[in-house]
Design a protein around this ligand. Structure first.
Ligand code: HEC
Length: 162
């Protein structure tokens, strides 16, 4: 690269920056190289920053309509917190034998496992008759979490099996 000069260097630079957007090692060495020119260094910065974040370039999981990453994050807290879901479904959602169902697998007994189906189950609970363990799940897990919190915790549950 040292041999390149003038416009040819710039062309190479632009091309490399583009390619390096998700390029791991290449992004690092390119960021170093472009740091020599302020403008280019600025252009390279967004990539340098995201490179530090966890899995910046990993394909993002596509969330259902109306669900945001913030809801999933909030729901994670509710699952082990105010929603007390973990008390019957285990902290990791993998279920408790003869109590709460495994929420991490692909089998759904009380809905189609889609986001709205999960919301409906959490909102209404599961009757003893419908429950395969014979133990009912009270609406909202028996807690007084709000409808918005039900949607958030359901968003988190949705991600567990995906
Ligand atoms: C008192 C225990 C208990 C609590 C607390 C509880 N659940 Fe459940 N949950 C159950 C039982 C029992 C079932 C039905 C299991 C079965 O049919 O085998 C169930 C079923 C479910 C299902 C349906 C699974 C399927 O296969 O269709 C979802 C989703 C779910 N719970 C989510 C939650 C969430 C989210 C919370 C927290 C807000 C929560 N549960 C709190 C006991 C509980």
């Amino acid at each position: 690269m040292i041999g390149y000069k003038g416009s040819r260097w710039m062309v190479l630079l632009v091309a490399t920056v583009g390619v390096a957007a998700c390029g791991g090692d290449a992004a690092e060495s390119t960021a170093e190289a472009v740091a020599q020119t302020p403008a280019a260094a600025e252009a390279a910065n967004p990539c340098a920053e995201t490179a530090e974040a966890a899995n910046p370039c990993a394909a993002m999981q596509e969330l259902p309509e109306g669900v945001t990453a913030a809801m999933v994050e909030e729901g994670k807290g509710l699952f082990g917190g105010a929603g007390i879901c973990m008390s019957c479904h285990a902290p990791d959602g993998s279920g408790v034998p003869n109590l709460g169902a495994d929420l991490t697998d692909d089998e759904w007994t009380h809905s189609d496992g889609g986001y709205e189906g999960i919301v409906a189950t959490v909102m209404n609970g599961v009757t003893a008759d419908a429950s395969s363990s014979g133990i009912p799940m009270p609406p909202k897990g028996g807690t007084s979490i709000t409808d918005d919190q039900v949607r958030a915790v359901s968003a988190y549950v949705w991600t567990l099996s995906k």
